[in-house]
Structures are given as C-alpha cells and as structure tokens.
Design a protein around this ligand. Sequence first.
Ligand code: S0N
Length: 282
Amino acid sequence: MIEPQVDFPPIAWEAITAPGYQDILMHQAEGIAKISINRPEVRNAFRPETVLELIDAFHRAHLDPGVGVIILTGAGELAFCSGGDQRIRGDGGYRDAAGTEHLNVLELQRQIRSLPKPVVAMVAGYAIGGGHVLHLICDLSIAAENARFGQTGPKVGSFDAGFGAGQMARTIGLKRAKEIWFLCRQYDAQEALQMGLVNTVVPIAELETTTVDWCRQMLRHSPTALRLLKAAFNADSDGLAGIQELAGNATGLFYQTAEAQEGRDAFLEKRAPDFGPFRRRP
Ligand code: S0N
C-alpha cells in the first residue's frame, strides 16, 4: 500500500510555568503534554527532586481532560536520560537536598504504566541505566538516529529487578534482555529497532515532528479504546493490580449507563430501584 503524503504542520508549544519546576520543563499544545528532563549538564540524570517533579507533571497531565497523549523526553540532543545522578548517591540511596535517601523512580514507572493515556518516549542521545528503563516503560519509543541504549547497573552497583528486567524481557525476549543487563553494552538506534526496543528511528531533525505526528494520529482515535487497550496490555503481567485497572475502567463505563444511574437515583430518591427494564445480556 502506498502511504499517503504526510504533512507535518508545526506545533506551537505553550510553556507551563505555574508549577515552578527546577529540573523539568512542561509544555502543552493540541492535546499533547510534553515533559522534558532538563539537566543536560549531567546527560539528564535524575535526582530525587527531578523524580518528584516528573510525578507531579504526569499527575497534572493525567488529570487534565484537555490532554490525550504525553511525550517524555530529555532536553537537548545528547541524552534522553542517563539514570540516577551518581553524584548524590549516598551509601543507602540517592540523597535529596535535605539529605534524605529516596528516589521514587519505581513509583514514577508505575505511574507511567498505569495512567490511562498513551505515553511516548522521544529519545535523542543516551537512554542509559534508569533512563533506559523509563523509555522502556513508555508505551511507544521514537528514537533519533543518534540514540544509544543500554543498562549499566552491574557496572555501577545497581539493578532494576522489577519492570526494568521483567518488562524488558517481555518486550525483546529473555535472551536479549539478559544480554543487555549482563554485558552492559550500548546499542545504537538501528540495533534497538531490530530488537523491538523502539518503534521507529528517524533523523534527529525529524524527531519531534514525527513524534507529534504519531501523537496527533492517536488523538484522532477513541480515547476510551486507547485507555482500555493500555490497561489490557498491563493486565496479565500486573496480577490483581492489572485486573483492578481493567475493572476500574469497567466501573467507569458502567456509571455512564442508565442501569447504574437507576441505582444511584433510587438511593437519592429513597425508593426501591427498578432494574426491570434492563435486559440480561446473553
Ligand atoms: C550517559 C553516558 C554514556 C554519556 O557519556 P558521554 O557523552 O561521554 O558524557 P560524559 O562525559 O560521561 O557525561 C557528561 C557529564 O555528565 C555527567 N553524567 C552523566 N551521567 C551521569 C549520571 N548518571 N549521574 C551523574 N552525572 C552524570 C558526567 O559525569 C559528566 O559530567 P562532567 O562533565 O562534570 O564530568 C555516560 O555519562 C554514562 O555512562 N553515565 C552514567 C550512566 C549510569 O551509570 N547511570 C546510573 C545507572 N543507575 C541508575 O540509573 C539507577 C537506577 C535506579 O535509580 C533504580 C532503578 C530500579 C530500582 C531502584 C533504583 C534505585 O537506585 O533507586
């Protein structure tokens, strides 16, 4: 089939400055939220404060009915994210400005997985360590030709035995996932594409236009269908939490029916509910 000529009209991002973030940037336009880790001097490594800001930004994008798709990226062309900031790693974890050791990056991973809107990783440069896991957690990954992927855990004294191992194995297969974790090599964008780690590779000059084009395509589709599909892709691997996600969506849809509303109305009107008109579907 011949693909139709694609037109990429420019997008006019509006900076969202109200939250007063120090480590990230947030932009919005056309129903797309773009969240950028903004620490290019350390290849966009995250510290505890960065992660808390990311959690806040994703929460805002989740709750905003005007947002349908979210892009996660890194500032500049050299890195998407290089993982935990090794300079503030104490003896028991990563230290925040007050000296408390916490990182909350696992909470961020769960949030990206379960928020009911597609999240697209837009990767230029390095996606390494915990930064690599972040792109892996996103629903789709679009890579620039200069992107490089890899884990460093066994080299620098850390590992991600949660989604970082399990989701990687589900994405690219057990042997390749073990290779990435055990050897700590780096892989270029074409290798990542061949492995199924990313969805497509484009010249860096086309990275944002392509990502925005993919987002625009999703925005034209049914938000409920996208929401249920995202939950479905998590359901079998997430056990009861995955079933909870699907079940919550079922309840949300049920609330919108006259049958559920009859139950609510009967309670408020202090009468017995009449479910008689509602058929028992075979
Ligand atoms: C990214 C790399 C490959 C880039 O190499 P390049 O282009 O040659 O640049 P450099 O000269 O190396 O770097 C430029 C400047 O940036 C600093 N820098 C880079 N990465 C980091 C970083 N992660 N932390 C702090 N600083 C960083 C460099 O030091 C340099 O600064 P200057 O100019 O001042 O010398 C290359 O930089 C690289 O390999 N970086 C390290 C990658 C890495 O090992 N990351 C950490 C991996 N571990 C994690 O992410 C932990 C995961 C995690 O948090 C977690 C996950 C699951 C469960 C629990 C946890 C948990 O720990 O809580």
